[in-house]
Design a protein around this ligand. Structure first.
Ligand code: M6R
Length: 607
């Protein structure tokens, strides 16, 4: 969602704010703005669209001052206009906000009754006006902000700057992450440590309900009950804060290419020294104490869960429910005893997933998470957090996080199967040894990926595209369709191959390419029968398969893309690659914004 930043420095703040916003732009890019204090005087600049528009504005109309706040927006309330862009200002206070103030209409009505006028459509402006109101009643900036926070319902990360207060920032967190950076006689605020990396790696993460009063030399934190709180300062590793394209044209291309390396690292992280078993961190988890698994996530992470369901059920015999996080808690599902709840999230901050996790607290027997950001809320609120070690993922379209999620979930399913006696030690060692060869299969597939780019140029001409898969390939078909629509804006849908004849087959004609994902596994014959049903109706099939599959079915396909042969259980991880590359090259052919597709943001911290 939105990215926020604050600087109390010894150098000009504007360039630092813009640099930090650049690193946060993946969170939202509808508009951006900064406010600074110059000799106590508060001023701001805001621009619609990408951050570059704000940078251009600052060239012609600069802002001086060593203290400031900044924001890059993903619109929730009010269109992306200059008026609605942050920082919002009311008299002596400016504020940047990530999240949603759910009771802003009530506050607005209350302020309107007091004769206070609004100039934007946003929920955030009410926060600024409320602080101004309390300051007009004689409260200090600190107390006015504190009184304001008490009135707010919903999710927020807030950072305030006050006219005449050159050495003060106030920050508050409820439901949206916020980090404080410590420098030498300087302090910083950021939505995450990545934003602050050029300035400091010494980070304090605020906890839920924290209120922070920040000067250049001091940090006072009050917890949700208003008590003074001590929060640890951690040194964040530079590796996890690097944000560059490494010579690639897009972050997405770089992140796709990184997969052999990061998957390999994830495998080695969970592999025992002798390479024959799976080791979990800390106290681990004994799957004999569990009768059921409930998995919850959003978007691509949800498809990782759908894939893992096959593994947990087939290998370990554990019944698995998989839910979309935004539906889960409102359905109020009963959670039987001895149920483990497992949450999958790249960012670890997705509001829907976090809310689902909190619903399971006290209901599920244990709470597990599979996350990319170890300091995230979801990781911190889990009994056992399993990092996927994908490294920073900047492209809005999730790629390497997906395959690393799958890798960790597969290893977890293998452990579950072994714990429960469904997999003997030899078979476990054999499957793990095949898994270790997966990064090399990825490298081979990447080396042979040119035909995928050629095929994508043809797909780019289509208005609608269907994806079909059966068994482990069904969730991957869903992921392929999501990837394609989110970055190329081509309408794409996925179906379980066998479901096609129950309705969607009516969509087939020569204008609708059908991507069929079908390794030569036990379901291949069934899938290719469904493929023939498509061809018989004039449909054009893009078949993704291996050599064995191609020798049987390529003749009838419009295009065939060849993948290296891997164990059938591993195909959803490997076949993610052509799904990603088809989407990537289609988007490039269409000239869309690959890393920052319209209407989207990387980390969705509102419900
Ligand atoms: O950070 P999370 O994994 O919780 O995010 C979940 C989804 O928002 C995310 O996977 C989204 O669907 C991606 N843009 C897909 O590429």
């Amino acid at each position: 969602m939105c990215g926020i930043v604050g600087v109390l420095g010894n150098h000009e703040a504007a360039p630092l704010l813009v640099e930090a916003l650049k690193r946060l732009e993946y969170r939202g890019y509808d508009s951006a703005g900064i406010a600074t204090l110059n000799e106590g005087h508060l001023d701001r600049r805001r621009a619609v669209g990408k951050l570059v528009n704000l940078s251009d504005l600052l060239v012609h109309d600069p802002l001086a001052g060593k203290a400031g706040i900044g924001h890059t927006r993903w619109a929730t309330h009010g269109a992306p206009t200059v008026d609605n862009a942050h920082p919002h200002r009311a008299g002596p206070v400016a504020v940047v906000h990530n999240g949603i103030i759910e009771n802003f209409r009530d506050i607005r009505a209350d302020l309107a009754e007091k004769g206070i006028h609004f100039s934007t459509e946003t929920d955030t402006e009410t926060v600024a006006l409320l602080v101004q109101y309390y300051m007009d009643q004689g409260l200090s900036p600190r107390d006015a902000a504190l009184e304001t926070i008490k009135r707010l319902e919903g999710a927020y990360a807030l950072c305030f700057l006050f006219e005449g207060e050159d050495d003060l920032l106030i920050a508050a967190r409820q439901g949206s992450p916020l980090a404080i950076g410590h420098g030498e006689g300087e302090m910083f605020v950021g939505s995450d440590a990545i934003a602050l990396a050029p300035m400091t790696n010494q980070i304090t993460y605020l906890e839920e309900g924290d209120f922070a009063v920040i000067t250049r030399d001091t940090l006072e934190i009050l917890d949700s009950a208003g008590r003074p709180a001590n929060r640890e300062i951690r040194a964040v590793s530079i590796e996890n804060t690097q944000v560059d394209k490494g010579g690639h044209k897009h972050f997405m291309a770089k992140e796709i290419a990184e997969q052999p390396k990061v998957i390999g690292e994830a495998i080695m992280h969970y592999l025992s020294e002798d390479g024959k078993s799976v080791v979990l961190p800390g106290a681990g988890l004994d799957f004999t104490g569990i009768d059921r698994l409930t998995m919850v996530a959003c978007g691509t992470a949800f498809y990782a869960c759908l894939t893992a369901k096959y593994w947990f059920e087939q290998l370990a015999g554990i019944p698995v429910d998989v839910d979309i996080a935004s539906e889960f808690r409102y359905r109020e599902p009963p959670i039987p005893a001895r149920t483990a709840a497992l949450f999958v999230s790249q960012s670890g901050e997705t509001a829907d997933t976090l809310a689902a996790l909190r619903f399971c607290e006290g209901r599920a027997s244990t709470i597990l998470s599979v996350v990319n950001v170890p300091e995230s809320s979801i990781a911190r609120e889990s009994d056992l957090a399993l990092p996927i070690l994908a490294g920073t993922e900047i492209g809005v379209a999730s790629t390497k996080a997906f395959t690393c999620q799958l890798t960790v979930l597969y290893m977890l399913a293998l452990k579950a199967a072994h714990d429960r006696g469904a997999l003997d030690a030899d078979r476990l060692a054999d499957l793990l040894s095949q898994l270790r060869a997966l990064p090399s299969a990825f490298n081979t597939a990447l080396d042979r990926s040119r035909p995928m780019a050629d095929a994508a140029r043809k797909l780019a001409e289509a208005r609608d595209i269907l994806f079909l898969g059966r068994g482990l390939m069904y969730p991957l078909a869903l992921e392929g369709a999501l990837k394609l629509k989110e970055i190329s804006y081509i309408h794409a849908e996925a179906y379980a191959s066998g479901e096609l004849k129950h309705g969607p087959i009516a969509l087939i004609d020569k204008h609708v390419p059908v991507v069929v994902m079908a390794p030569r596994d036990g379901l291949f014959d069934k899938t290719t029968s469904n493929m023939q049903e498509v061809i018989a109706r004039g449909g054009r099939v893009l078949l993704i398969t291996d050599e064995a599959g191609a020798s049987e079915a390529a003749d009838d396909a419009w295009i065939t893309l060849l993948m290296p042969q891997v164990d059938a259980l591993l195909t959803p991880i490997l076949y993610a690659l052509p799904a990603q590359l088809l989407a990537y090259h289609t988007a490039v052919a269409k000239g869309t914004d690959v890393d920052q597709p319209r209407n989207l943001a990387k980390s969705v911290t509102v419900e």
